[in-house]
Design a protein around this ligand. Structure first.
Ligand code: GTP
Ligand code: MG
Length: 485
């Protein structure tokens, strides 16, 4: 998939965030980890965050996996998050081995750190591409770290992941793993292919050497002007120290990312994870795109299958696993929520889905079925016409949509056009200006929402949906860990 023409802003808009909150936002960095299956993503995340080395046979990834089935087959199939902390001198905060659980380790690191990097470990296998795209589009990472096995070369999936990150305007860094087992000539060949690929995508690759100034490099990566390539071994530890130094100098791109508004705007929080926590109730994880949400505040949760929003209260707020009083634009946080007011039934996990939002009451949110978008078809085997259906990724929203109308008879690979998409299953809360990705089989496209069609209304395809189904639902699988933030 070729990168589309999406401009990466290089200038930082003036910051209106109060200094203390601004520091928290600036020192909270999110890195999405992508790349081909078995390239060493989970292992690298484990080596960086747990300060241990791998045995080349799947030892360290065990500390990163969420589920027992992932441990059994060694393949990431869910989104795992791990924290790496730095103190004020940019020395890594060592995780204490005495603390047993993943959650306790994260809390300990976050509490002792002046700066935190959250790695979002995504799936390499094509079977889980939907999950990986969700992590890249919905979890609003500051950077994408593309992991490539030095001995494995550049696969189709590596190109696909890189293409999506570039199309979304996320600055990239590359880590070549397995240099301990890759013959030097093979590593050189992989590097040459990578350099060619990045030049072709109008990015400047920079092979990092021992003597390079990583602080200066981190600034250039922030602006998206260079793409550094680090060569490491998760087994011998070669190159890991230099890479950690670089990571210590990275900073958040929240102020440079046009997706984020200021803490004084009306609040908007997009939900990327839902948990039922014993003794706490429903907890939603996600990203604050705008505004400020405080403890006990009343906000609106929605849209439900009928497109409606319900008032909920904020019972608890966690940022990097630590309890806080408020959350501001740019932060990834978790909220404990309950129905506001006199609702008899408690809020259940099944009442919330990924793709919903929490918004300030002042917004008066409206869910819609249709929107117009400017699109470019990156690859498609035949032609796209009216009634064509595809999965649309738009922030945390993932839903099949149909082409209701278009300004041309058909679109084929490399064509641009104006398309009206209509969601198939339920109305969603979307904004003009948001980037969308769509994919179906080998078809890939990217676009930007131009306008929302509030006039088109329809019933839910299955008739009006009950908000609280009477039938007892089977208990959803519980995450092994409590939410990451
Ligand atoms: N020798 C050597 N082996 C490594 C290195 N990094 C990872 N491995 C091994 O490579 C295998 C795959 O590593 P994973 O971390 O599971 O790879 P992944 O990219 O997360 O794979 P998916 O989650 O399935 O996409 C494991 O057996 C690791 O032990 C390295 O630098 N050197
Ligand atoms: Mg993995």
């Amino acid at each position: 998939m070729k990168p589309a023409e999406v401009t990466v802003p290089t200038t930082t808009p003036p910051c209106t965030t109060p200094p203390e909150e601004d520091k928290t936002v600036q020192n909270d960095i999110r890195i999405a980890v992508i790349g081909n299956v078995d390239s060493g993503k989970s292992t690298l995340v484990g080596v960086l965050t747990k300060c241990v080395l791998d045995n080349g046979n799947g030892l360290v990834r065990q500390y990163v996996f969420n589920y027992p089935h992932e441990k059994e087959n060694g393949r990431t199939s869910s989104i795992a998050q791990e924290i790496m902390g730095f103190d004020a001198k940019l020395e890594q905060v060592q995780p204490s081995r005495a603390k047993a659980s993943k959650a306790e380790l994260c809390t300990q690191v976050a509490a002792a750190s002046a700066k935190c990097i959250t790695f979002i470990d995504l799936c390499g296998h094509e079977k889980y591409l939907k999950t990986t795209i969700f992590g890249l589009v919905g979890m609003v990472p500051d950077y994408a770290m593309i992991v490539v096995g030095a001995n494995m070369g550049i696969s189709r999936m590596t190109k696909e992941h890189l293409g999506i990150a570039l199309a979304l305007g996320i600055p990239c860094l590359i880590v070549l793993t397995k240099i301990d087992i890759s013959p030097p000539e093979v590593t050189q060949k992989t590097l040459a292919t990578l350099n060619k690929l990045l030049h072709g995508a109008h990015r400047s690759p920079q092979n990092v050497k021992v003597e390079d100034d990583v602080a200066a490099m981190a600034k250039l990566v922030h602006g998206g002007s260079i793409c550094p390539i680090f060569c490491v071994s998760n087994v011998t530890g070669e190159g890991i120290g230099k890479f950690k130094q670089f990571l210590g100098h990275t900073s958040s791109r929240a102020h440079a990312n046009p997706l984020f508004k200021t803490p004084s705007d009306p609040a908007e929080f997009i939900i990327d994870g839902i948990y039922a926590v014993q003794g706490v109730g429903v907890v939603v994880a996600g990203t604050m795109l705008a505004g400020t949400i405080s403890l006990n505040q009343e906000v609106l949760l929605g849209p439900d299958p009928n497109g409606e929003f319900v008032p909920v209260s904020i019972r608890s707020i966690h940022f990097n696993r630590l309890q806080v009083e408020k959350a501001v634009a740019g932060q990834a946080v978790c909220f404990g929520i309950k129905y506001h007011g006199g609702k008899k039934e408690p809020l259940k996990r099944s009442n919330v889905r990924k793709g919903m939002v929490l918004v300030a009451k002042t917004i008066v949110p409206r869910a819609v079925w249709e929107f117009d978008a400017d699109v470019v078809i990156l690859q498609h085997a035949t032609m796209i016409q009216e009634k064509y259906q595809s999965v649309i990724h738009c922030g945390v929203i993932q839903q099949t949509a149909e082409v209701a109308r278009m300004d041309k008879e058909y679109l084929k690979a490399k064509d641009k056009g104006k398309v009206t998409f209509r969601f198939v299953h339920r109305p969603e809360y979307v904004h003009a200006g948001t980037t969308i990705l769509f994919r179906e089989g080998s078809t890939r496209g990217i676009g930007k929402i131009l306008s929302i069609n509030y006039d088109y209304k329809r019933e839910h395809p299955l008739g009006p949906q009950k908000k609280h189904p009477k039938k007892k639902q089977p208990a959803p699988p519980q995450p092994v860990e409590s939410p990451a933030s």
